[in-house]
Design a protein around this ligand. Structure first.
Ligand SMILES: [Zn+2]
Length: 235
């Protein structure tokens, strides 16, 4: 299965062949649908069927056994048949909000001085948990720093690196906020130029200015090693 969103997060639609069409979800030979993972919700959208009907995609998840992406149909609608050619189309406005929040969380990760212990992306909002000990956070300073980094319009890029290349560049690991998982052969790195470098499989905007205006919500204590910072898109 070709994961179009990995190379192009801005792809809203692609043609695809249906490889299986069981009730738990439709499998395609390629897809623009991001499946729930890494704290980012899966996409919703539709498959346009050869007979002109539309199958609504209510959720996108990974098949636990095979790792395939499953396009979960809304109940009661039409289903395609194996071998059909369909157009797969995501709910772009929702996905773009996920991309903006996801990239904003990378910025937050870069400016808060503590290890990340958890995180979640929702529609138009998101949060990260940090292990900060007794370190006090100044919400206004955080908001100003985020505004500055968004305003600097930094490019965001992805690249793949082999475990061996990573081993050969220990300075890369030192600059990363999160130690990459190794063992699968390849690691996908996301870099916000001059700000953040870390392994990530999610979808991001191409430049930080696309994040737009943000608000910082509640800063909560969720236990001794968990300070939760909530952010949201301002519009
Ligand atoms: Zn990411």
């Amino acid at each position: 299965m070709e994961l179009v969103f990995r190379d192009d997060a801005y792809a809203r639609r692609c043609d695809a062949a249906v490889t299986a069409a069981a009730g738990e979800g439709i499998r395609l030979n390629r897809t623009v649908f991001y499946a729930t993972g890494g704290g980012q919700p899966g996409d919703t959208g539709r498959l346009l069927l050869p007979d002109g009907r539309t199958m609504k995609v209510a959720a996108t998840v990974y098949d636990r056994e095979t790792g395939d992406i499953l396009h979960v149909p809304a109940e009661g609608g039409p289903l395609p048949s194996p071998g059909d050619t369909v157009a797969a189309e995501i709910d772009w406005e929702r996905r773009f909000r996920h991309m903006r929040i996801h990239t904003a969380l990378h910025l937050l990760c870069a400016i808060v001085p503590g290890g990340v212990t958890g995180g979640q992306i929702g529609d138009g909002k998101g949060r990260l948990d940090f292990d900060l000990g007794d370190h006090a956070l100044d919400r206004e300073a955080l908001a100003a720093e985020l505004r500055r980094l968004v305003g600097e319009d930094r490019p965001v890029s992805a690249r793949w690196i082999t475990d061996a290349e990573l081993d050969a560049q220990p300075e890369l690991v030192r600059t990363m906020r999160v130690k990459p998982p190794t063992g699968s052969g390849m690691v996908r790195l996301i870099e916000i130029e001059g700000i953040d470098l870390q392994p990530c499989g999610g979808t991001h905007v191409a430049r930080t200015s696309e994040i737009g205006a943000l608000t910082i919500g509640k800063i909560e204590n969720k236990g001794r090693h968990n300070r939760r910072i909530n952010i949201a898109l301002a519009e």
